[in-house]
Ligand binder design. Sequence first.
Ligand SMILES: *[C@@H]1O[C@H](CO)[C@@H](O)[C@H](O)[C@H]1NC(C)=O
Ligand SMILES: *[C@@H]1O[C@H](CO)[C@@H](O)[C@H](O)[C@H]1NC(C)=O
Ligand SMILES: *[C@@H]1O[C@H](CO)[C@@H](O)[C@H](O)[C@H]1NC(C)=O
Ligand SMILES: *[C@@H]1O[C@H](CO)[C@@H](O)[C@H](O)[C@H]1NC(C)=O
Ligand SMILES: *[C@@H]1O[C@H](CO)[C@@H](O)[C@H](O)[C@H]1NC(C)=O
Ligand SMILES: *[C@@H]1O[C@H](CO)[C@@H](O)[C@H](O)[C@H]1NC(C)=O
Length: 426
Amino acid sequence: MKKNEPDPRRGLPVSSVLAVACVFLLLVSFAPRAAGAEGGSGAGDDDEAGRTRHRDQCGDCGELVDVNPKLSFPNPRLRAAYIALQAWKEAIHSDPFNLTEDWVGPHVCNYTGVFCAQALDDPNVTVVAGIDLNHGDIAGYLPYELGLLADLALFHVNSNRFCGTVPRTFHKLKLLFELDLSNNRFVGKFPRVLLRLPALKFLDIRFNEFEGKVPRELFDKDLDAIFINHNRFSFDLPDNLGNSPVSVIVLANNRFRGCIPASLGNMSKTLNEIILMNNGLRSCLPPEIGLLKNLTVLDVSYNELVGPLPGNLGGMLSLEQLNVAHNMFSGKIPESICSLPRLQNFTYSYNFFTGEPPSCLKVEAFDDRRNCLPRRPVQRSETQCRRVLSRPVDCDAFSVLSTSAGIFAPAATQFSATSIPVSATT
Ligand SMILES: *[C@@H]1O[C@H](CO)[C@@H](O)[C@H](O)[C@H]1NC(C)=O
Ligand SMILES: *[C@@H]1O[C@H](CO)[C@@H](O)[C@H](O)[C@H]1NC(C)=O
Ligand SMILES: *[C@@H]1O[C@H](CO)[C@@H](O)[C@H](O)[C@H]1NC(C)=O
Ligand SMILES: *[C@@H]1O[C@H](CO)[C@@H](O)[C@H](O)[C@H]1NC(C)=O
Ligand SMILES: *[C@@H]1O[C@H](CO)[C@@H](O)[C@H](O)[C@H]1NC(C)=O
Ligand SMILES: *[C@@H]1O[C@H](CO)[C@@H](O)[C@H](O)[C@H]1NC(C)=O
């Protein structure tokens, strides 16, 4: 896994929780259970997925959990939570750390991984406000009864073996603020029900097996963080990407295609980190990226990006980490990039650059291997360089989607092999 990619095993940044309300502070102090256990067999996954679907279709068809009439609950919401949690326990078939062993009886607030707080709309009522089963290594699925947890603000089940999909009843979780389903075995289409959660800010579904398109509405939603990396999503990045007010967006390691939309420039007030690596993106870098003056991490490595790096990138005054390696970029690296005041690491190996100003060699950490740079070690062969560089790159041909406002002068995009000094080293 890449250094810049937040580790899914770490869970969502707890700092985000602080922003909500002290109601949730207790959740921060929850220490994840012992890590390091090897996952058991995921036996019956297909079965489970089938059952989940079936039950989900069942919708509100009634309680499958029988509530013993002798049990007494402080309020109806805790009774509903009891039903949800018992249904969930039934849907769990392996729990190696016995986390749900104490999910017995009416005191749901004492259950491991379940956190209660005063209801936001009625301080006299205690409700289930958070679930944290991170690193539980639990195998099972999410039953539709979880929609009964209507007061839930946090739902963290990172690093388990949950399979199937997200039940449609999640639309009832009107207060859900942080959702972390990462590092599980969820499958199927992007769970559109998540787009209907009005309070959602942190969406983390990375390291699963979701597939198909990512709905463009995702980028119109008022989220703070989007982690959908390491799935099987496959679609063209939509031109409304720039509408997203997120500070962090990680789309790496999917099967996206197409262009990097120029609308990215509209994220300048909020965007702090964007990771687009390994997605099959094929275009030039839109100069509008240079407007992202608060961006600290930009990683577009392992794509099929072409053309020069726009000099406008020198506008990214907060940039610390820049990785453009393993693309087909060419041309001279603009001085403005290498003299960015906070730049610590500039990786541009495995491209076809033909010139670098001396300032690039002064960046704290840089990697210029396997380019077409004269008098530099470990470059591509002359033949290789000539073959690629003799093909002209027309960035305008890619900009069908990128309705650039024309505020930037077009960069030179034509190269001819004859004018390129090439040093052929191994
Ligand atoms: C979980 O419970 C089972 C049965 O009670 C026990 O054998 C096992 O050691 C427990 N596992 C852990 C990690 O406590
Ligand atoms: C569970 O919590 C209740 C208060 O909500 C408390 O009275 C009871 O002793 C607790 N039970 C256990 C087993 O900790
Ligand atoms: C909470 O309980 C107090 C004391 O019993 C009562 O005065 C108050 O009206 C209640 N608040 C709500 C929102 O029900
Ligand atoms: C930014 O958004 C405005 C409207 O909100 C739009 O007119 C403009 O084209 C967008 N800029 C880019 C670079 O997409
Ligand atoms: C955004 O960047 C500007 C210029 O580098 C800086 O002055 C400002 O503090 C940054 N804002 C945030 C929220 O990081
Ligand atoms: C610089 O970034 C590259 C790519 O992300 C990484 O492989 C390398 O370890 C980093 N170098 C340093 C010194 O942090």
